[in-house]
Design a binder for this molecule. Sequence first.
Ligand code: ATP
Ligand code: MG
Ligand code: MG
Length: 362
Amino acid sequence: MKLLFIGDGQLGQMLGGSAISHGHECLLYSTRTEKVKPLSAQVDLQMSLTDAIAWADAVSWEHEDIPADIIAAAHDKFLMDPARIKSLTDRRAEKKLFDDCQLPTAPWKSYHTETELQRLLEQSDYPLVLKTARGGYDGKGQWRFKSGDDAAALATEAGVQSGIAEQLIPFEREVSLVGARGKDGSVCCYPLITNVHQRGILSYSLGAIDSVPEALQRRAETCFRRLTDALNYIGVLAIEFFVVGEGADARLLINEIAPRVHNSGHWTMTGANCSQFDLHIRALTGMTLPELRLEPTLMINVIGAEKIPVGLWHHSDTHCHWYNKDARPGRKVGHVNVRVSDRNSALRWVDQWADKLQVLAN
Ligand code: ATP
Ligand code: MG
Ligand code: MG
């Protein structure tokens, strides 16, 4: 097949690599430079976006903020409604989707003006997290508020843009479910992944390491089915959850969804017979979704560092990925997957390497 992906960042590059290894032809379109990038040798180097859309059998994306002109021009090449997916870039639409699907999420309210936000802060009985409705990622565009804080000052700062105020959840840990829904409605999910964030940015993920209580996995997969059925979704999608409580009785609250491949799924490039990128290609091209075989794998993000230390490239248990981006504090520039035997060995790797690989100051 001929596949066009909107976005040429690391996710687009990794999707493109998978598409080619499956025997497809592939183009990436950079929404930043507005240029088409061929990943297959047989494609014309000077193609315009219009030509690329005409060339493609199917259009997919690495990020869901798809420009309106592309949605209009490529509407018959998307496998699902891209306008519906783009609407999820507004947190209000995203939270409403969870409510409409009757799925548990942190209680929330939206605000549109500074005055409305100030009233909301003053009347709140619990600590809040404010999030801008649009454009937030890696914890940017968020503020915390608790009783005793200066509501007027925060409203002046955060109320410049509309957003949501949601309850601060005292969670035990954060997990994500990465999975795919195929063209025939079948679903294939990896086990819940444990994620550790620092200053709002994903620091590391434990894939197929923690034994996940069956009931918890089932509950997460029910959320996945309900959301992807409601969206008539095809491809990989990730759900981020807060885990409240412990063991099989733990509750899962949905934090947010990413309708695409996701950073917390990068461990599957090393720890699974089918990576999340391969899974997305399989779903898009109508292949049967696989039976997953998994091995415990740690994924450490490389954030703001100039390079990955040579020792890690040479180690036989690691699989290093460099995104070829300029290093800036807080910017994801690569990741390192490590084959581990168990949680303790994963945490020893984190202790030894996370600080060296992460320049988080902003
Ligand atoms: P991403 O890069 O994952 O898209 P984002 O900027 O969209 O990040 P969120 O995932 O909403 O932001 O929040 C970032 C982190 O902040 C969460 O992973 C969690 O650690 C913390 N956080 C967000 N909302 C809450 C909440 N309601 N209660 C407690 N912690 C929260
Ligand atoms: Mg997000
Ligand atoms: Mg998040």
